[in-house]
Design a protein around this ligand. Structure first.
Ligand SMILES: [Zn+2]
Length: 283
């Protein structure tokens, strides 16, 4: 599943279409009618956690997409003969699982196999933002809200970090690596972890996910982070291999910090990985 940095990356690609009008098409459902936004111009795109929003100016509607496990957003430049309306005269072939296509004079945007594909008005947008927790990659995320939500709960921090209503955008890889970097056992109840440690964890989430957004993949290894930051500063691409993690997917292998055997256990909807040697259980 795409973690938040990947959805923010998709929003950035969709923003290439800002100001362009397009032809909207796709299957009609109870919550999505592509004709409603046909002929609109893209006014903006944003991510909140793992949710992608495409704002369509004149229609006053926004497309809301959640990609789940198999969904995909593709944004491609295309060269096709344009009609008098400035839009391509012919449609490209329809890919399998297409939920929405928005075709402008220069770009083809397609959403395939999403788990959510709907149109929201201003009220619907406000309700969506309200039910999602602060997102480390959004400018409007309030660190105090994030820390207090984590700190006031009796639930395990490992569960809280994946609960999109508490904080949003963090997925299974970031959960495992953030908690290892913070030396916190994922079973620690949120309320038992000192707020200062949660503040540090939140800032680390911002730092790591910002690099992840730039690199296009989840970089958490200290050496790879240094290299990735250098490359991003110079505007160069970050190599996608090898991907080094301390605990994620490393069940039964030695912790790179203390040598203890990494453990794994179902926690929330996904498997948590942690080192019992150097990640402290707060209780
Ligand atoms: Zn360890």
């Amino acid at each position: 599943m795409a973690e938040g940095h990947a959805v923010h990356g998709m929003a950035a690609r969709v923003r290439q279409l800002v100001g362009q009008t397009g032809r909207s098409s796709g299957p009609v459902t109870e919550v999505f009618d592509p004709a409603v936004v046909d002929g609109s111009a893209v006014a903006g795109a944003e991510a909140h956690g793992k949710h992608l929003l495409v704002h369509l100016g004149e229609s006053r509607w926004s497309g809301h997409f959640h990609l789940g496990m198999h969904g995909r957003v593709s944004v491609r430049r295309h060269r096709r003969a344009l009609g008098e309306d400035g839009l391509p005269r012919t449609d490209p072939p329809v890919p399998e699982g297409l939920a929405w296509r928005f075709l402008t004079g220069a770009f083809l945007l397609e959403v395939t196999r999403p788990t959510v594909c709907e149109l929201l008005d201003a009220e619907g947008l406000a309700a969506l933002h309200a039910r999602l927790g602060p997102d480390p990659l959004r400018d409007d995320a309030d660190p105090e809200v994030a820390v207090s939500r984590l700190h006031r709960s009796r639930r395990a921090l490992g569960v809280l970090l994946l609960d999109q209503g508490v904080v949003s955008g963090i997925g299974n890889v970031y959960r495992a690596e953030l908690l290892w970097r913070a030396r916190i056992d994922p079973h620690s109840p949120g309320r038992a972890v000192p707020p200062e440690a949660l503040q540090t964890l939140w800032q680390d989430a911002i730092d790591l996910m910002t690099v992840g957004l730039g690199a296009g993949w989840i970089v958490t290894d200290p050496g790879q982070l240094t290299d990735a930051r250098d490359l991003l500063t110079r505007g160069e691409p970050v190599p996608r291999w090898p991907k080094r993690y301390a605990v994620y997917l490393r069940r039964g292998r030695p912790c790179p910090r203390c040598g203890e055997t990494v453990r794994a256990e179902r926690m929330g909807l996904q498997t948590a990985y942690w080192c019992p040697g150097c990640q402290v259980l707060h209780s």
